[in-house]
Design a protein around this ligand. Structure first.
Ligand code: 13P
Ligand code: SF4
Length: 349
């Protein structure tokens, strides 16, 4: 784990990171993308980091891949490409750079490394994990195979490289239904998200059996929360991520991956929207959609929130926190991820 004091000491020797009003004003074009959700005093503090990171990126020939759950100053301030898990995985295959800084969680960085082994992949905080990825090991996959002989294993990308290597194909929430439906067998094993699996089973003609993992962010929402909210504010469109339990998804007006949520809100432009997902999702799209009022509670992912501008600058400066994947594991895991990418491209997802 990174020692905060050490990080600060190192950075203070090389950069002037004190809040700077003039600098913040001169970077207004960047601030305009987030001024609905980031206060002016916060921007004055963020601007020196954003400037330093963007300059260092050029020096290192680095790109930053930012997940939709990053905080707005990372998402809008320093990311070169943003998107959901599938979009970031696809980007990792064709991005022209020596270094990838993964602003997201560890399994995403591993996926980038698996797909681009020749690149240096940096993780701003190695402790940015995921409750789903932690819920299963490769032995768990073998347990499922023994229970359901012959059934293919479709593993969510929210898994370690070892689990991907033990699986037949990966999926994300953008393509899970199509991937499951494309399997030849009538029974399909999905790991590790029980709720995503149940939501897919509700839409698929396949028998879906699953591992009992869950996302600590999305499992907190209940169907009653949604009913209560709808009663209190009837004109609000409720939009849920498919990592939510099935009764929550059933109460929602729409369910989709983070990019699916963005597409839906952009096309529908509801007067009010409540995103039943991680907190930063609404913040990151608020400025692009001034006509939509984002309301209601939101839950934070403690893993995603470990990524800060300070840590991004530190790893780019020191080149510490390089993600490595054992070559034999990576080779097998690449097959599962590449099969997913190829099938997604073929299906036009
Ligand atoms: P998306 O693939 O919808 O971005 O969700 C991934 C995820 O679970 C991030 O926590
Ligand atoms: Fe994992 Fe859930 Fe956090 Fe996504 S939101 S990284 S699935 S714990």
């Amino acid at each position: 784990m990174l020692d905060q004091m050490h990080v600060r000491n190192v950075l203070s020797q090389h950069y002037d990171l004190s809040p700077d009003v003039k600098l913040a004003e001169s970077m207004k074009d960047i601030y305009d993308r987030m001024d609905r959700v980031v206060t002016p005093p916060d921007w004055v503090s963020f601007a020196p980091y954003v400037k330093a990171i963007n300059a260092l990126k050029k020096e290192r020939n680095a790109v930053i891949l930012g997940h939709n759950y990053m905080t707005p100053e990372i998402f809008h301030g320093v990311s070169d490409f943003v998107g959901d898990s599938l979009q970031l995985a696809m980007k990792a295959t064709d991005v022209d750079a020596d270094v990838i800084v993964q602003c997201g969680v560890h399994f995403m960085a591993e996926t980038s490394k698996i797909l681009s082994p020749e690149k240096t992949v940096l993780m701003p905080d190695m402790a940015a994990g995921c409750s789903l990825a932690e819920s299963i090991t490769a032995d768990g996959v073998e347990e499922m195979r023994a229970k359901y002989p012959g059934a293919p294993v479709v593993s969510y990308v929210n898994t370690t490289a070892e689990v991907k290597a033990a699986s037949d194909i990966c999926c994300t929430s953008s393509n899970a239904l199509q991937i499951v439906n494309a399997m030849e067998s009538d029974t399909v094993i999905m790991t590790p998200d029980q709720y995503l699996a149940q939501n897919i089973a509700n839409e698929s003609h396949k028998t879906v059996v699953y591992w009992p993992g869950s996302c600590i962010v999305h499992e907190q929402y209940t169907a009653k929360d949604l009913r209560d909210f709808r009663e209190w504010n009837p004109r609000t469109r409720l939009i849920a991520h498919p990592e939510c339990p099935p009764d929550v998804v059933a109460e929602a007006d729409f369910s989709g991956s983070t990019s699916g949520i963005l597409k839906y809100v952009t096309e529908e432009k509801p007067e009010k929207a409540m995103l039943i997902t991680e907190c930063s999702m609404a913040s990151n799209i608020a400025d692009e959609l001034p006509e939509v009022e984002f309301v209601g509670p939101c839950n934070m992912c403690p893993y995603m929130k470990k990524i800060t501008l300070e840590k991004v600058l530190y790893v780019l400066h020191t080149m510490d926190n390089q993600v490595e994947v054992d070559a034999a594991v990576a080779e097998k895991a690449r097959l599962s991820v590449q099969r997913m990418i190829d099938l997604s491209r073929e299906l036009g997802i």
